[in-house]
Design a protein around this ligand. Structure first.
Ligand SMILES: Nc1ncnc2c1ncn2[C@@H]1O[C@H](COP(=O)(O)OP(=O)(O)OP(=O)(O)O)[C@@H](O)[C@H]1O
Ligand SMILES: [Mg+2]
Length: 258
């Protein structure tokens, strides 16, 4: 069974002449413990889909089902449970973290919100486990985000996303702000975390090496629509859609010039 299944999602922003079809009849599924890469140019609707899957934003129509539970059937308590089971890692770790809280506090914060009944000692222990999972030294617990490197900050973002032991995580350009040398180590950590926790990822990225490192399957978005989908190995080798071919060749051109 799929961990997450979305069917025929639609989302329009604005009205009349100024309206934008951000998501146009999109369906996909993500299996337990696997990664679906959502690729497409800027403005193709990737982040909008991520927010809709997390329940942070409502679609105009369509269905979202996680482990057999239909999002539309949820009451307030059910919605809170959904939020507890999912989380997000954002592109700019520094912006995603509160500069006035120590990184230890930031990592524990989702527990303070979603697991209010958990004892303080247990929350601390879970926070420390998340630090370990993300390969963060315990010595950094009382530091502030500005005192950390970009790579360490993104590890804090990963620890914070994983501290509630979610089943589904959106990775929205998780390595785009990082140096190339740090990128592959962060991707390795994301792979390890997935294996350890059997978490499903929805990976949003422009970067094909990130797709190759993490995703088993991809959906290619163009102006809110899925124009091609399937196993990444076959899409990469033999893209069927003209836009996918453009996307892949643009990347190759950039790669050659750097
Ligand atoms: N809150 C909003 N109000 C109005 N329009 C929006 C809103 N959020 C997104 N859009 C529009 O919806 C479309 C899809 O945006 P989205 O942010 O999902 O794209 P994206 O694929 O994540 O792009 P990027 O790669 O640049 O992050 C864009 O045309 C965008 O301008
Ligand atoms: Mg985006």
């Amino acid at each position: 069974m799929s961990r997450l299944e979305v069917q025929r999602l639609h989302k329009i922003y604005g009205r009349g002449d100024r309206s934008v079809k951000a998501v146009d009849d999109v369906s996909f599924s993500v299996a337990a413990g696997s990664t679906l890469g959502l690729i497409g140019e800027s403005g193709s609707g990737k982040s909008t889909l991520g927010r809709i899957c997390l329940g942070a934003e409502a679609a105009d129509s369509g269905r979202i089902v996680m482990d057999g539970v239909d999002f539309a059937s949820l009451d307030k308590a059910g919605l809170a449970r959904w939020r507890r089971r999912s989380s997000i890692v954002l592109q700019e770790p520094e912006l995603a973290l509160n500069p006035r809280r120590t990184v230890g506090q930031s990592v524990s914060e989702p527990l303070d919100v979603h697991f209010k009944d958990m004892s303080k000692a247990d929350r601390r222990a879970r926070g420390e486990q998340a630090f370990e999972l993300a390969h963060l030294s315990p010595a950094l617990w009382n530091r502030y985000p500005a005192e950390l490197s970009g790579g360490q900050q993104q590890r804090v973002g990963i620890a914070r996303a994983m501290v509630t032991e979610p089943e589904f995580v959106v990775l929205d350009e998780p390595t785009a702000s990082l140096d190339l040398s740090v990128r592959s180590r962060i991707l390795d950590t994301l792979c390890e975390v997935q294996e350890a926790m059997n978490v499903s990822y929805l990976l949003i990225t422009h970067d094909m090496s990130t797709v190759s490192a993490l995703a088993s399957d991809v959906a290619v978005l163009f102006r809110g629509r899925v124009v091609e989908a399937g196993p990444w190995r076959s899409v990469r080798r033999n893209p069927q859609n003209r836009y996918t071919r453009q996307l892949l060749s643009a990347v190759l051109t950039v790669d050659r010039s750097t």
